[in-house]
Design a protein around this ligand. Structure first.
Ligand code: DDQ
Ligand code: CA
Length: 266
């Protein structure tokens, strides 16, 4: 029995090795390897103080302002500050003890979602005043806006697309790294319609996702931003905001004492 199977096993092993070699040959050839995941790091180009009392849940730059949504039941809010000076213009509370999560601007609306309350709040972009509310299924974590849809995370590997006006779901995509599910996707940042950045909960990693395929195209190591001393007083890295028209991003975290202006570089 064993004796007769051995040649088959040997043949299978040989076939596997040949497949491996064929792939290796393809990858080292002139064809671009579309599946290759870039490994990037952050280059700090600037920094400013960040409110150590802010449990940062959403971060986005809009019209020269930095919008920041914060969490924790009874303490959640939404702030708008000058990108130039850091001076805060407005701060409004999240009502009814709800736990604030991601935020994003779509047209003249700021959407602010909540963790387990199932409520998305639509606010006026200028006054940040609540205009309406809508309900959704499941948890709310991160949120960002493409030109014609919103992208939302819920702590799993699934991103849900939503209508930017009604908040109705319009489909989902499963996010993978080298073919394996990547869960714990948290704060999001849409860059154009072809890239969604997400920081991975409880890590110092940011991933760049192709929103149409769910494939992760880059893994960014954002560790080492805080001193050891500072690290002891913070929660997790959370918050990515593109500085529009530049190759720079603002990143921070929950209870972080500083906010960093960075570039993602090889
Ligand atoms: N999330 O932002 C990752 C979605 C949730 C973080 C919640 C961590 C604080 C828990 C506090 C307990 C309040 C029920
Ligand atoms: Ca963001």
């Amino acid at each position: 029995m064993t004796g007769r199977r051995l040649p088959q096993i040997a043949a299978a092993v040989a076939a596997l090795m040949l497949t491996g070699c064929a792939n290796a040959a393809t990858n080292s050839g002139t064809e671009p390897d579309v599946d290759r995941v870039e490994r990037l790091r952050v280059e700090v180009v600037g920094e400013r103080p960040h409110d150590r009392g802010a449990f940062t849940q959403g971060l986005e730059v809009s019209d020269g302002e930095l919008l920041e949504g914060t969490g924790m039941a009874g303490r959640s809010d939404l702030r708008a500050a000058s990108l130039e000076t850091g001076v805060e213009r407005l701060r409004v509370p999240v009502p009814e003890q709800m736990f604030g999560e991601g935020i994003t601007v779509a047209g003249d609306t700021v959407w602010q979602i909540t963790w387990r309350d199932g409520v998305a709040i639509a606010r006026d972009r200028d006054t940040l005043a609540e205009r309406s509310r809508t309900r959704y299924e499941g948890e709310g974590w991160g949120l960002c806006a493409q030109s014609d849809r919103l992208v939302m995370s819920d702590g799993s590997d699934t991103l849900t697309f939503r209508d930017p006006v009604t908040f109705e779901p319009r489909g989902t995509v499963a996010v993978t790294l080298d073919g394996q599910p990547q869960d714990r996707l948290n704060e999001l940042e849409c860059v154009g319609d072809t890239a969604v950045y997400a920081n991975v909960w409880q890590t110092q990693q940011i991933v760049r996702i192709d929103p149409d395929t769910g494939r992760i195209t880059a893994v960014i190591d954002a560790s080492g931003l805080l001193t050891d001393e500072e690290s002891r007083t913070v929660d997790v890295l959370n918050g990515i905001a593109e500085v529009p028209g530049t190759d720079r991003f603002l990143i921070t975290g929950k209870y972080y004492p500083r906010l960093f202006e960075v570039r993602f570089v090889p």
